[in-house]
Design a protein around this ligand. Structure first.
Ligand code: SF4
Length: 366
C-alpha cells in the first residue's frame, strides 16, 4: 500500500474536535461530554472501553473514528527526569515530544507531599520544518507536512498517560518541538482551543506558550485571535547578518519587524515575553551582543532565556564556555533585564530538536 492510499484510508481522530463540534456529530449531544471524559480524564484506549456508551454508538464511532493517532516508538530518559519521546503518526511519519520536569516534588517535615513536582510538555507542530535554521537537525530533513489538531493534542495526552499524570494535575505546554508553530496556525489554534476545554484536559491558555522563530505577520495574526497564550521568540542574534545565517527566514522577517510585531501583541500585563537566545561559542556570546540586545528590547516587558548550544554530530557550532555565559547573563541583569540560563535539560540524551528522530533513523538503517 503506498503512502497516498494509506492516508486516504485513514480514519480521523476524534481528538480533532472541540466539545461543541462533537456535540453536533454525536447524538444525543450529552454523549459528547461522556466521550470527552473517557478520552481526556480516563485516558481509555478504545471506544469499547467507554463503559456508559450504548453498543450502537460505540460501533458508529469505531466505524468513523480512531481515538489516539499516536504510538510511542521510543523513549529516552535523562538523569534530570527529562523524557524524550519518538512518536509515530498514522502515516508512519515520526515526531518528537519531550516531558520536562521543571520542579522537584517538595516534602514537609512529616514526609508528606507539600508541593507536587511541576512538568512542562514540549510539543511538535509539524513533521519537519520549512524554516531551515542552520543549528537544527529537524531542518536538515526538510518539511513533510503539518500536524492535525488531534496529532498536536494527542502528544500531551500520550505523555500525561505514560507518566501517570492525572488529568486534573496542572501542566504547561510549550510549542517548541519540531516545526514552526505559526506556520501551522489554523491547526495550532484549534488544538489550543481543545486543550482549554473545561470538560477535557482544561489546560488554560496562560499555561501555553507558542515559541516562534519570528514569522512577524503570523505573530500579528495570532495576536488578533486573542487566545490568551504567551509567546516566546527565538531571537538568537542581535544583528540581521548573523540571524540570517542562523535562521535564513530572517531575510523575510528581520529583527526589526519581529520586535515591532511583539510590541503589538496582546500581552497579559503581569507577564513578560520570553526571548530565547541560543548562545553559540564565538558567534553571539560577547558583551557587544549583550549591549545590542538590551537596546533592542527597550520598551518591551521582556525576559531573556539564554540557552547553551548543544553540539550534535556534524555541526560546526560549539557549546559556549560557562564563564562567557555567566558574563553575558550578569551584564543583562546589571542593566535591568530579567535573564535566566536554561538548564541543559536532557543533556545526556538527544536534547536538540530532531536528534532522537535522526538517531532512530541511523539505528533503523544499521
Ligand atoms: S529550530 Fe525550530 S524553527 Fe528552526 S528549523 Fe528547527 S524546528 Fe524549524
Amino acid at each position: 500500500m503506498n503512502t497516498l492510499t494509506k492516508r486516504v484510508d485513514m480514519k480521523e481522530s476524534i481528538m480533532n474536535y472541540t466539545l461543541d463540534e462533537l456535540k453536533n456529530i454525536v447524538k444525543p449531544s450529552f454523549r459528547a461530554k461522556q466521550i470527552y471524559g473517557w478520552t481526556y480524564h480516563k485516558y481509555v484506549e478504545s471506544f469499547s472501553d467507554m463503559a456508559n456508551l450504548p453498543k450502537t454508538l460505540i460501533e458508529e464511532l469505531d466505524d468513523k473514528f480512531i481515538l489516539n493517532p499516536l504510538k510511542i516508538v521510543k523513549k529516552e530518559l535523562s538523569n534530570d527526569g527529562t523524557i524524550k519521546y519518538l512518536l509515530q503518526l498514522q502515516d508512519e511519519k515520526t515526531i518528537e515530544a519531550v516531558w520536562l520536569k521543571m520542579k522537584e516534588e517538595q516534602l514537609n517535615s512529616n514526609g508528606e507531599v507539600s508541593q507536587e513536582a511541576k512538568y512542562t510538555i514540549c510539543v511538535s507542530t509539524q513533521v519537519g520544518c520549512k524554516v531551515g535554521c542552520s543549528f537544527c537537525l529537524t531542518a536538515k530533513g526538510g518539511f513533510t507536512r503539518d500536524l492535525t489538531p488531534s496529532e498536536i493534542v494527542a502528544q500531551v495526552l500520550t505523555l500525561k498517560k505514560d507518566n501517570k499524570h492525572k488529568h486534573n494535575r496542572k501542566i504547561n505546554i510549550v510549542y517548541m518541538g519540531m516545526g514552526e508553530p505559526l506556520d501551522n496556525l489554523d491547526n495550532l489554534s484549534k488544538a489550543i482551543k481543545i486543550f482549554t476545554e473545561k470538560d477535557g484536559l482544561a489546560i488554560g491558555a496562560k499555561r501555553q506558550t507558542v515559541s516562534t522563530s519570528g514569522l512577524s505577520n503570523k505573530i500579528d495574526q495570532l495576536g488578533s485571535m486573542d487566545l490568551g497564550v504567551h509567546i516566546a521568540i527565538s531571537l538568537h542574534a542581535v544583528d540581521d547578518d548573523l540571524r540570517t545565517e542562523l535562521i535564513p527566514m530572517n531575510k523575510a522577517h528581520n529583527i526589526n519587524s519581529i520586535i515591532e510585531a511583539v510590541k503589538r501583541f496582546p500581552i497579559d500585563t503581569r507577564k513578560r515575553v520570553m526571548f530565547e537566545y541560543l548562545v553559540i561559542k564565538g558567534k553571539n556570546d560577547d558583551l557587544n551582543s549583550a549591549k545590542k540586545l538590551i537596546k533592542l528590547l527597550t520598551g518591551i516587558k521582556a525576559k531573556v532565556n539564554l540557552i547553551y548550544f548543544n553540539p550534535y554530530p556534524g555541526t560546526d557550532y560549539e557549546r559556549p564556555l560557562k564563564e562567557d555565559m555567566t558574563r553575558f547573563s550578569d551584564f543583562l541583569i546589571k542593566h535591568g533585564l530579567l535573564c535566566t540560563i536554561r538548564d541543559s535539560k536532557g543533556i545526556d540524551i538527544s536534547a536538540a530538536c530532531g536528534q532522537l528522530k535522526e538517531k532512530n533513523k541511523e539505528e533503523i538503517a544499521s
